[in-house]
Design a protein around this ligand. Structure first.
Ligand SMILES: [Mg+2]
Length: 427
């Protein structure tokens, strides 16, 4: 392996911010550095970012705040609500710094970027990576980890090792014993290998990245299609996934709105949720993304003291990444049924799409049992009709017709610039 690496022309680095949301908060409150800190999802539902100290306390990703109440109190865990404006701005600063180190940059998510370092002197790469890391820290106070490899899959793998190295930099290209690293790396931790594929591989005794490199290529292709074959090649050091100048993808998409009047019955609430699911799926399709999970929330009006207060949140982990309206509506309706409570006055509901990734990357995880593919042609026709004749020309029945839940907008001005029938008429 090391011989092929020595000749390899491609060099990729994956820069990943450590505990990004927590680090953003800590950048402005240094007194919390070295302390357990967590950041919560919208509406203070679940933990979405943890400092190492919080991880050490056993706080798991995605756990609802109320499950860790005691732990938080006992260990003085500092809890932040999420501030996506801040995180987005910090992310933009970091990406700007990175772009000064290489013109070939792919922003992969809010806190991750691939750098193409082709042509750089291999002997100077580690020092260059350390310089990148120190520069980002100096200007933003955000700690990052850098993984270097001859392919994107190996750069991603290296980054996971880097996270556990004191310097925060690791290069499998410079590793004296890459076999040892690859043997320690489990197949489910390989970029692009989803849970189901990992199960298939393990059933055949392919447990580590090293096992996958040595597996019979035809067997890998048979089990994981051409996608698996590409991953296997990438693990061998043969680059086949190139750096794309991908546009920025949103890490989260939110669709939510207050109801016009307080709602108690579930039916109009379900209609509203179906509309939010539709909106989410449209936004995902517009940017060529899918989401792998989403959150549905439903709450009462905290400013009405006379009302019983309730915040319902349900997180749905999808079996595969999707942007299909009908699938998202189906899952969203089941979720809202699980959090709905009778006889309460509800004020607002919404959906937050999470784990968003580009559609083509999502396919890395997908196999024949992906239902989403079946609906794609139908959804495409709906999008075409709606873009030609106006949004909601065609929609799913669950979205409702009368819309009792809609926000009142009796005094709203017209959409002079965006809606044809609202154009100003000159007499
Ligand atoms: Mg990160």
């Amino acid at each position: 392996m090391s011989s092929s690496h020595a000749q390899s022309e491609e060099v990729f680095a994956l820069v990943d911010c450590n505990s990004f949301y927590v680090s953003c908060e800590r950048a402005f409150t240094p007194k919390f550095r070295g302390k357990p800190v967590v950041v919560l999802s919208n509406n203070d539902g679940c933990v979405v970012s943890r400092s190492n100290e919080a991880k050490a306390l056993g706080i798991k990703m995605g756990v609802p705040l109320h499950h860790i109440k005691d732990l938080v109190k006992e260990h003085n865990v500092y809890v932040y609500s999420s501030n996506y404006t801040l995180y987005g701005d910090m992310s933009a600063r970091i990406m700007r710094i990175l772009s000064e180190f290489t013109p070939e940059l792919e922003i992969y998510s809010i806190d991750e970027a691939f750098l193409d370092l082709k042509g750089f002197d291999h002997n100077a790469l580690i020092a260059y990576a350390e310089n990148i890391k120190e520069t980002i820290y100096k200007y933003t106070s955000i700690p990052v980890s850098l993984g270097i490899g001859p392919t994107k899959v190996l750069a991603k793998l290296s980054n996971k090792v880097a996270k556990k190295t004191p310097t925060g930099v690791y290069s499998i290209l410079h590793e004296s014993d890459p076999v040892k690293t690859l043997k320690e790396f489990s197949v489910e931790d390989i970029w692009g290998v989803g849970r189901k594929s990992a199960e298939k591989l393990k059933a055949k005794g392919i447990l580590s990245a090293f096992d996958m490199i040595n597996a019979t290529p035809s067997l890998v292709r048979e089990m994981l299609t051409v996608v698996g074959a590409r991953i296997q090649d990438e693990l061998k050091g043969k680059s086949c996934i190139s750096l794309e100048e991908a546009p920025k993808k949103k890490k989260q998409i939110v669709s939510s709105r207050s109801f016009g009047d307080l709602l108690t019955d579930i039916e109009p609430i379900k209609e509203a949720v179906a509309n939010h699911a539709t909106r989410l799926s449209e936004k995902l399709r517009q940017e060529g993304s899918v989401c792998n999970s989403f959150q549905v929330f439903l709450h009462t009006n905290a400013f009405r003291n006379q009302d019983v207060q309730y915040h319902g949140v349900a997180t749905v982990n999808l079996p595969f990444g999707t942007n299909e309206t009908n699938l998202l509506i189906g899952y969203a309706l089941t979720a809202v049924e699980s959090i709905y409570r009778e006889k309460l006055n509800f004020k607002k509901c919404g959906i937050i799409g999470m784990e968003i990734c580009p559609h083509d990357e999502a396919q890395l995880n997908l196999f024949a049992d992906n239902k989403a593919e079946l609906f794609r042609p139908m959804i495409k026709v709906m999008d075409e009709i709606n873009s030609r004749f106006g949004t909601q020309t065609l929609k799913f029945g669950s979205c409702g017709v009368r819309k009792h839940w809609e926000m009142r907008a009796d005094h709203k001005s017209k959409c002079y610039t965006t809606r044809f029938q609202d154009l100003v008429v000159v007499n």
